[in-house]
Ligand binder design. Structure first.
Ligand SMILES: Nc1ncnc2c1ncn2[C@@H]1O[C@H](COP(=O)(O)OP(=O)(O)OP(=O)(O)O)[C@@H](O)[C@H]1O
Length: 338
């Protein structure tokens, strides 16, 4: 399978310094926050690659870099084999850019309240001089709404319906890739599964490729072929979905699966992680997860683990083998006695 998206050594640093005068008065140094650090992954055509991690782990920043909303500080993103930041053929850049669309978390904020749904959906095509006759009506029906809804305004719809409108707008450009940034997390639990099912159906129907961003492993389990787990801007584990769920090898991924149970959108029980996320402006030395890691040894605070392959998983952990042993031991303990 060829990669539709190739992300290599992606790093994004934000200057989060206070204004110059405050720095002088308060004698503060400039401050930099590394939101994404040396992240590499490949998304094959027609597959779903999910990025998971807690808030602040850099998921949205990666999504925005992939669609071209934020430039990287270092590293490259190739779409269809082309690094758009270096490509000089403007028509080619425009065509490939329109092949990659994004759906955001908040369907309330991402629709212009003064435009009718017809204009909202057709706008990306109209702005490139394309034919918009009947386009909005056809796309609305494709996302499970009625063609007659094209004449309405966004405030006339529920959250789930608005996210369907956002999906229709993304589809208007006939994209090959959709970057989905927490597309259901602002929605009522009752409609989350419906929107996810719609996205799965559209993927099949249209042969779409998704870069799917979520903090929720259970949502990702429903959608993804391959899962990349991010911690404080770095990829710490990457594996095919079934491998990751059968045997998470990074203690952080295991923590994402553990702790107090709650029920997810599909009625299964899942658990939020424990402990404080460190300050990204002053990240811990060595492995950034070591202060929260139950398996950390002295080496973990000193030496940052490189990504390595362990039984079909890429994992950045000195203690991955020990983490796997512990995972299976705990699972065996939890299993009901015969
Ligand atoms: N424009 C910006 N300026 C300064 N810092 C930023 C900017 N955008 C993001 N950050 C910081 O970068 C880090 C990663 O943010 P990002 O939004 O990518 O994470 P995330 O995993 O998507 O989290 P969330 O789910 O909360 O959006 C955070 O610490 C965030 O505060």
């Amino acid at each position: 399978m060829t990669s539709l998206i190739s992300v290599r050594g992606l790093t994004r640093v934000f200057d989060v310094s206070k204004p110059w005068l405050n720095r002088v008065i308060e004698r503060l140094p400039r401050a930099f926050l590394t939101a994404v650090s040396d992240v590499s992954f490949e998304v094959p055509e027609k597959s779903v690659y999910a990025l998971v991690g807690e808030s602040g782990s850099g998921k949205s920043t990666i999504g925005k870099i992939v669609v071209g909303l934020v430039p990287p500080t270092e590293g490259t993103v190739e779409i269809e084999g082309v690094d758009l930041s270096r490509e000089t053929d403007a028509a080619k850049v425009d065509r490939i850019r329109s092949d990659v669309q994004m759906i955001f978390q908040d369907p309330y904020a991402s629709l212009n309240p003064r435009w009718r749904v017809r204009e909202i959906i057709a706008e990306p095509v109209k702005s490139r001089g394309g034919d918009t006759e009947g386009l909005a009506e056809r796309l609305l029906e494709q996302v499970g709404l009625s063609g007659a809804d094209a004449a309405k305004f966004p405030h006339e719809f529920s959250g789930g319906q608005r996210q369907r409108i956002c999906i229709a707008r993304a589809l208007a450009s006939n994209p090959r890739v959709i970057v989905c940034d927490e597309p259901t997390s602002a929605l009522d639990v009752s409609v989350q599964a419906q929107v996810l099912n719609l996205m799965s159906d559209l993927r099949e129907e249209l042969g779409l490729t998704y870069l799917f961003i979520s903090h929720d492993l259970t949502v990702v389990q429903h959608m993804a072929d391959v899962i990349g787990v991010l911690y404080l801007g770095r990829l710490v584990e990457e594996a095919p979905r079934d491998t990751l769920f059968a045997e998470p090898k990074h203690p952080y991924t295991q923590m994402l699966f553990a702790a107090a149970p709650r029920t997810d959108v599909f009625g299964r029980e899942v658990d939020p992680p424990k402990g404080e996320i460190p300050d990204p402006i002053n990240p811990p030395t060595g492995c950034a997860f070591h202060p929260r890691c139950p398996l950390a040894v002295e080496r973990c605070s000193r030496e940052r683990p490189e990504m390595r392959s362990v039984d079909g998983t890429r994992v950045a952990c000195h203690r991955a083998e020990e983490a796997v042993r512990r995972f299976h031991a705990e699972k065996a303990e939890d299993a009901p006695a015969e």
